[in-house]
Design a protein. Structure first.
Length: 282
């Protein structure tokens, strides 16, 4: 009987759950606040204590893991409607089952020193660098899967885009377009191009001055990013800012996304819609 150190067990499963929650956000393009990620990870860490119990049946372990996954999903991404909630649960549960299966195979065929596997929970001593490397590779795999799923997205839908800032909120008509591939080179956040006339009341004053004034001191662009871009009207600079919240919804779904709002002097938006975004963000 190997010795299990509870502090290592809790830390290990806190780290794994934190990563799984980030992975869930990656798959569904959800911006999950760090407070929700931490609380979800604490629940995942505490639930790992079932490894100390006598071996449970497969059916009971399945129900228990499904119940715990439901709680973690509720805490991390909340409840929008029953269809979306069930989809989120099974996505998170599937990742957990995949992880549990991999750990079981390692335990059966390699039995690494210090590893214990019981009740779908694993305990092992791994170097920190190896944990970081393995989760990084897994995260890249999730991004790859997300891109495959995104390639099947329907681009003929019409959307509503709600932008919320300290100045207020505004709702715009929006359309998805794979041609909009602009991202912030520092944060990696995608850029949503919007009609400045419709957004003027909620935009930072610096953006209004930059777009409409011929002479402007770039040092005064507080909280605003200038990103080189290419539009149908030619090369330009996208003047972008990060609002407090961005929500995109269609007839069936509603999602908060992590992105920048951008404008150009030559106006990349036509009169048919007020905003354009890459479908990968939803």
């Amino acid at each position: 009987m190997r010795v299990i150190y509870v502090d290592i067990l809790l830390f290990l499963n806190f780290y794994i759950t934190y990563f799984l929650v980030i992975g869930l956000g990656c798959i569904f393009h959800r911006k999950i606040p760090i407070s929700r990620r931490i609380l979800s990870s604490l629940i995942g860490a505490v639930s790992s204590l079932v490894i100390l119990l006598p071996e449970l049946s497969f059916f009971f372990n399945f129900l228990l893991r499904l119940f715990i996954s439901s709680i973690i999903v509720f805490v991390s991404v909340g409840f929008q409607n029953i269809k979306v909630f069930i989809k989120n649960i099974f996505a998170f549960f599937a990742v957990n089952c995949l992880y549990a299966g991999v750990m079981l195979l390692i335990w059966m065929f390699f039995a690494p020193m210090g590893m214990v596997y019981n009740n779908w929970v694993s305990y092992f001593d791994l170097p920190l660098w190896l944990m970081i490397l393995s989760t990084s590779i897994t995260y890249l795999f999730l991004i790859f899967v997300r891109r495959i799923l995104d390639s099947k997205s329907k681009l003929d839908k019409k959307y509503e885009l709600t932008i919320i800032t300290k100045k207020g909120s505004i709702t715009l008509s929006a359309i998805a377009d794979t041609g909009n591939k602009l991202t912030d080179f520092l944060s990696g956040a995608p850029v949503i191009f919007c009609n400045l006339t419709k957004c003027a009341k909620i935009c930072p004053n610096e953006i209004i001055q930059y777009i409409y004034c011929d002479k402007f001191d770039n040092d005064c662009l507080n909280g605003v990013r200038l990103i080189p871009c290419s539009t149908v009207a030619g090369n330009s600079l996208a003047c972008c800012f990060k609002p407090d919240k961005i929500i995109i919804n269609d007839e069936t779904t509603k999602k908060e996304v992590n992105a920048l709002i951008g404008f150009t002097k030559n106006n990349a938006i036509n009169n048919e819609y007020d905003a354009i975004f890459n479908p990968n963000i939803i």
